[in-house]
Ligand binder design. Structure first.
Ligand SMILES: Cc1ncc(COP(=O)(O)O)c(C=O)c1O
Length: 387
């Protein structure tokens, strides 16, 4: 539906022009490095996003049967399907059969139990934990001590010496070790580390997947990326994959909200919005202040922007504007395209944001509106709920 009136808030708006521009930038970088590019749909799996993304990527790195099914339904044969998850079930391998281009096992025990269940046409990979940490927050560090993610590279090195037959049938490796990195020094360090630790394993492989975690569009210097990729391509002759999520979609999304009250706090006014950290869970998870359109450091009118749920900590941070906010003012949260809608929930019964696509010509398409019926359905109300 094309809109003639302004969008109703709270809303999540995907901007097609920004999405296409960022997709083209990352595609070009991947091509220069001769990498295959997969999209990690956990970042944002909206239909319109997937359709645009599918024109620029070689395939999709899915985390679950639902994601696989969704991609299949929305994108058809527009890209190959890859499965990477700490939990892979035999039934998933059976159901998706030949449609899976690759499956990446998280552990040796999984590989040994399930390796034969994958189709003969599916490539088998193993996730490696390079045991080289770059992420300060342990909750997001795949290389933390006692990590559940991947086979520790030292164990793999030992296995390659003592019992290489256990790797027979594995033709690729995967690692994913970073989060929102804006330079590639850690990628290069990881490539060198893996090269030193398991050269004989790499020699037996056909491909390697470097995961996501890098914001390609925000990096000033790509030299380390090219050098890291070259280690695998040139020294070991591997096909190299990358599977970004946030880098492709973060900048294209905004959350639009409206001020519904202005409260007088102890030393700052509080602008109460019709959105909540429900809609941007990473703001609460990471305790960061999202970018807001019109915020100016030292601006004349300062506010705490607060969400509308009962939780005291449902606040976005302190902001300042040159123009005062009042009931009815619009507030736009920028860079919300990744891990926003895919993590959003309805705590307090606050409905999810309406979803809009802003087309290249500026027109808006309403993609989806939340409804009480869906809330009721999730609460176990069968059939049509009666208010
Ligand atoms: C295995 C794997 N690949 C790719 C990604 C995408 O990462 P990003 O969105 O940071 O690029 C993730 C994110 O958690 C991941 O776990």
């Amino acid at each position: 539906m094309t809109l003639t009136k302004p969008i109703a808030t709270p809303a999540f708006v995907i901007d097609q022009a920004i999405l296409e521009a960022d997709l083209a930038v990352v595609r070009e970088i991947a091509d220069r490095a001769s990498c295959r590019m997969l999209y990690s749909p956990k970042a944002c799996a909206l239909t319109d996003v997937l359709r645009h993304v599918s024109r620029h990527v070689d395939g999709f790195a899915c985390s679950s049967p639902y994601e696989l099914e969704l991609i299949q339904r929305v994108c058809g044969d527009a890209g190959s399907l890859h499965l990477i998850s700490p939990l892979i079930k035999a039934e998933t391998l059976e159901v998706f059969g030949d449609r899976l281009a690759s499956v990446i096992f998280n552990s040796l025990s999984q590989w040994e139990r399930l390796g034969k269940k994958a189709s003969a046409r599916t490539r088998r990979g193993l996730r490696v934990n390079p045991q080289l940490s770059f992420v300060r927050d342990q909750r997001y560090d795949p290389c933390r001590r006692n990590s559940k993610l991947g086979v520790p590279v030292h164990d793999l090195a030992e296995l390659a010496r003592s019992d290489p037959g256990r790797l027979e049938g594995i033709d690729g490796l995967h690692f994913h070790t970073n989060c929102d990195a804006t330079d590639f020094a850690s990628l290069l360090a990881t490539a060198r580390h893996i090269e030193d630790e398991i050269p004989h394993v790499l020699e037996r492989m056909d491909w390697i997947n470097l995961g996501g975690g890098y914001l390609f569009t925000e990096a000033n210097d790509l030299a380390d990326f090219f050098e890291g990729v070259a280690i695998f391509r040139q020294r070991f002759g591997l096909d190299v994959f990358i599977e970004p999520g946030a880098a492709l979609v973060r900048r294209a999304g905004t959350i639009e909200a409206t001020v519904h009250d202005v409260l007088v706090g102890d030393d700052l006014q509080i602008a109460l919005l019709d959105t909540a950290v429900n809609h941007m869970p990473e703001v609460f998870e990471f305790q960061f202040e999202p970018d807001v359109l019109g915020h100016v450091d030292g601006g004349l009118h300062g506010y705490i922007l607060a969400g509308c749920t009962c939780m005291a900590g449902d606040v976005f941070g302190e902001y300042a504007f040159d123009i005062p906010l009042a009931v009815g003012s619009r507030v736009t949260f920028l860079n919300m395209g990744a891990y926003t809608i895919s993590k959003a929930h309805r705590f307090n019964g606050v409905g999810l944001p309406s979803i809009y696509l802003r087309r290249r010509d500026g027109s808006l398409k309403l993609v989806r509106e939340d409804s009480f019926e869906e809330f009721a359905h999730l609460s176990g109300v069968a059939g049509r709920a009666v208010a």
